[in-house]
Design a protein around this ligand. Structure first.
Ligand code: NAD
Length: 794
């Protein structure tokens, strides 16, 4: 396959989706020009300008940092169509109207570069019909590219070919969307609403109907169909409110308009409650009311019988919640056999989903894998419907579903397809996943881009290797596994809960450094799940504290600091592969590594202040050293305090980056570090980095003394802190902790420019850390956090 270079992308339509897609392209460093119609009044780029301004305020933020909005180029079709000629990919995301889209295609066709890929983000219009107005030479380069809202955070992108799309075009686009945009691609057939919305919205309609059948309220249904069921925490009705009831109705209408022959057609009728809410302008979150309404701090739910909002907060029955914790075979059996209406409701919606996907598999997807991935990545389910069915016992569940269809309890009379009963144990096997259209199991894509994913997400039953059992193991204790995939780079995986750093973790990491130095080119710290490390394990230190007080902690803390230095001065590069949170000790571990490779969704920060402590694993020594390095890079006589202010403030305010990009702005990632768009490529890139560093003649950094800002700088910082305390912005205890942080990052009671070592600063960290441990207000914060998981403000 020839390389598809994407130098620039044009996004057409600066609405909800277009603007956010443009923002995400900026996040992943792809140059982008955002088009919309010329404004009728004022500057012609007015619509785009307003949309880009809106991006900076949107929550959750579509941008890694708001100021990056400036990187989006603004354009309108009247003045700037020529700009399209420089774009290698054009993503159309204008309003969902076939006629408008067709008009636009005709208008822009003359400006499309001869090699460019053109793709529509339509939620459900026929891609083939959309392609029909395109000139013959563009048709082979046209397809669907269906992002999910919000595009930065939703992993799923469906790619939909038409009969005339050239296969290599789709391969090129899949490669780009996977590695450069960081998404999980599912190829879908050109059927109404494609896969995720087809199955997902049919599921929501079924849920609304069954909730009525069983007389359940929306809050109870959401509690049942959220986290407890392994689905998105917003459940069903709150999800609908967030998506927008008008948007949902739009997707429903696509089903109604296009699927008259579908055996489930009657179940696509718009639920009366939905129609009524839309009629009243209650479109969900964006209009302040939908199935729920927020009044002050209270959440109210709609009571359709009263046609009014009443207090929400209804929860699942305890007995049903307990059933949901059981393994799949027992769980489904209990739900089905229970007389509790909530349990019966849950069995009913699961039965409806199994029935629906089995009947539609042949039409909508290449295989069952596409359906399960689409539901996981597009609807936040931990398991897709086929996976759950298979896990619960294929044959038994098939019999139960059949019995309900025969008894007229299901949403449609359509029988389950014959393949369901051919003696199989499921649809996912090591050989591949079941294609009902082709009557065989088909393997995963072998597109070269997937070689960059050592452990791609896999469906249950596909026999995927567990990363924590893969490769060659060199060492293992209760909380760290040290292993290698290729015999060249060693990997340390922290397996402790939230990857909290305990003495056992430290021991494992030190062992890993030792083995890496002896036999490997480098060490990568990586774990297969969505967290790098939530920090030091305070609970693990409790027994020592109880026995010997803070005095007993000092030697433990020193061990942690020594481990950080051991990592920093290792003879081979240590690369931290960060994904999710890297807080406190986790952040320290990464800044003491030789390099960091971070997924876009990485949240780094020194947050110890929240538990009444200061960073005590070298975090403050790092801030002091970085300030000295930056000052010396700027000018031999530069004022260190200037370079210290940000680092000090970030630690004193426990700031956490809301993306890898912001974490870099806070100073926890460097410009020489790598930000990886796709979380599943993290390990691959980290290994490549470690190898490249080794092969380029890696030497550990020279161990030197460096200048600190000294006592005058401490006085300057303290003067500002006094103002904040006296102005009521920070508490007396915050003041105390911040002053101690200032003391460490400035090097204590010394002259400006005094040369110090990392060990000296770490000793200061220990002194203040242990002092705080004995402070009643800090103890209150620690206990509060350990007991409730929430910070105590005192
Ligand atoms: P939107 O209404 O927020 O934005 C549509 C944009 O299209 C507006 O900026 C408007 O100025 C522009 N536009 C309107 N008429 C036009 C015309 N005749 N020619 C050119 N531009 C025109 O819509 P949206 O929610 O961003 O949806 C855009 C596309 O993305 C639709 O096809 C929709 O189905 C799809 N989509 C939406 C979502 C979602 O959750 N909103 C999710 C996935 C896909």
């Amino acid at each position: 396959m020839s390389r598809f270079n994407v130098r620039k992308v044009a996004v057409l339509g600066a609405g909800v989706m277009g603007a956010q897609i443009a923002a995400h392209l900026v996040n992943v460093k792809v140059p982008v020009v955002l088009f919309d119609l010329p404004a009728k009044e004022g500057p012609k780029n007015g619509i785009v300008t307003k949309a880009v301004e809106g991006l900076k305020k949107l929550k959750p933020s579509p941008l890694g940092i708001p100021e990056d909005a400036a990187l989006i180029q603004h354009a309108n079709y009247e003045e700037h169509s020529e700009l399209l000629k420089d774009c290698d990919l054009i993503i159309e995301a204008i309003a969902e109207r076939m006629d408008w889209k067709l008009d636009l295609y005709k208008k822009i066709a003359p400006f499309i570069a001869p090699h460019a890929i053109v793709a529509s983000n339509t939620s459900g219009l026929s891609i083939t019909k959309l392609s029909e107005v395109l000139p013959e030479e563009i048709k082979p380069r046209f397809c669907g590219i269906h992002f999910f809202n919000p595009p930065r955070y939703m992993y799923l992108v469906e790619l939909i070919p038409t009969p005339t799309t050239r296969p290599e075009i789709l391969d090129q686009l899949e490669t780009f969307v996977t590695t450069a945009v960081g998404k999980g691609v599912v190829r879908a057939k050109d059927t109404p609403n494609f896969i995720a919305n087809r199955v997902g919205i049919a599921g929501m309609l079924a849920t609304i109907k069954e909730a009525e059948n069983f007389g359940l309220t929306y809050d109870v249904v959401d509690d049942l169909t959220g986290k407890k069921m392994g689905r998105a925490s917003s459940g069903t009705f709150r999800t609908a409110d967030v998506v927008g009831l008008d948007t949902m109705a739009h997707v429903v209408k696509t089903l109604q308009d296009n699927l008259a022959d579908d055996p489930f057609f009657p179940s696509y009728a718009t639920p009366p409650v939905l129609a009524k809410l839309i009629e009243q302008g209650a479109l969900g979150q964006k209009s302040g009311a939908g199935f729920y309404k927020k009044v002050g701090k209270d959440i109210l739910r709609l009571d359709p019988a009263k046609a009014d909002y009443v207090p929400a907060g209804g929860k699942a029955d305890e007995i049903v919640a307990r059933m949901l914790k059981k393994a799949a075979p027992e769980r489904l059996k209990l739900l089905r056999e229970s007389t509790n209406p909530q349990a019966q409701f849950l069995w009913a919606i699961l039965r409806d989903s199994f029935h629906y996907v089995a009947v539609h598999l042949a039409d909508i997807a290449d295989s069952a894998r596409e359906v399960d991935f689409a539901m996981r990545w597009g609807f936040g389910m931990q398991q897709g419907p086929f996976e759950l069915w298979q896990a619960a016992g294929w044959k038994q569940v098939a019999e139960w579903v059949k019995a309900d269809i025969d008894a007229g309890k299901a949403l449609s009379k359509a029988p389950l397809p014959a393949w369901v009963f051919d003696g199989r144990e499921g649809v996912h096997t090591a050989e591949g996943s079941w294609s009902a259209a082709l009557n065989k199991y088909i393997p995963r894509s072998t597109l070269p881009v997937y070689a960059r994913q050592h452990f791609p997400e896999a469906v249950l039953g596909s026999g995927a290797t567990d990363p924590l059992k893969a490769g060659t193991q060199e060492f293992k204790n209760d909380e760290v596994r040290v292993w290698s995939l290729d015999g060249e780079v060693l990997i340390a995986s922290i397996t402790a809960k939230l990857h909290l750093i305990s003495p056992t973790v430290t021991e494992g990491l030190l062992k890993a450094v030792e083995i890496a130095e002896a036999k490997y080119k480098g060490l990568v710290i990586w774990s297969p799940d969505d967290v790098f490390s939530a920090g030091a394990n305070l609970e693990a230190l409790m027994p020592v504290f109880m026995k010997s007080g803070a005095k007993g902690i000092a030697p433990e803390e020193k061990k942690l600091q020594d481990a950080m230095l051991r990592i920093r001065y290792a003879q081979v590069p240590v690369v931290s592969a960060i994904r999710g949170i890297a807080l406190g000790g986790g952040c320290e571990l990464s800044v003491y590594s030789a390099r960091r490779v971070a997924a876009m969704e990485s949240y780094m920060g020194l947050v110890e202040v929240g538990v009444g402590l200061i960073p005590g694993g070298g975090g403050l020594a790092y801030i002091a050293r970085r300030a000295a390095e930056m000052a010396s890079a700027a000018n031999a006589n530069a004022d260190i305090l200037k370079f210290l202010t940000d680092g000090f403030t970030n630690a004193a305010m426990a700031k956490v980056g809301t993306s890898a990009i912001e974490s870099r702005k806070l100073g926890y990632l460097l410009w020489s570090d790598v930000i990886v768009p796709n979380k599943d490529e993290l390990l691959f890139v980290a290994i490549q980095q470690a190898k490249a560093m080794f092969e380029s003649g890696y030497r550990a950094p020279a161990k030197t003394l460096f200048p600190v800002a000294g006592r005058n700088a401490i006085a300057t910082i303290k003067a500002q802190l006094v103002n904040m305390r006296d102005g009521g912005f920070i508490s007396a205890h915050d003041f105390h902790i911040s002053a101690l942080i200032a003391d460490v990052v400035c090097g204590g009671d010394v002259d400006a420019g005094s040369l110090v070592s990392e060990e000296y600063l770490m000793a200061l960290e220990r002194k203040h850390f242990c002092g705080l441990l004995e402070h009643p207000k800090s103890q209150e914060r620690i206990m509060g956090m350990l007991q409730t998981g929430k910070p105590v403000r005192n």
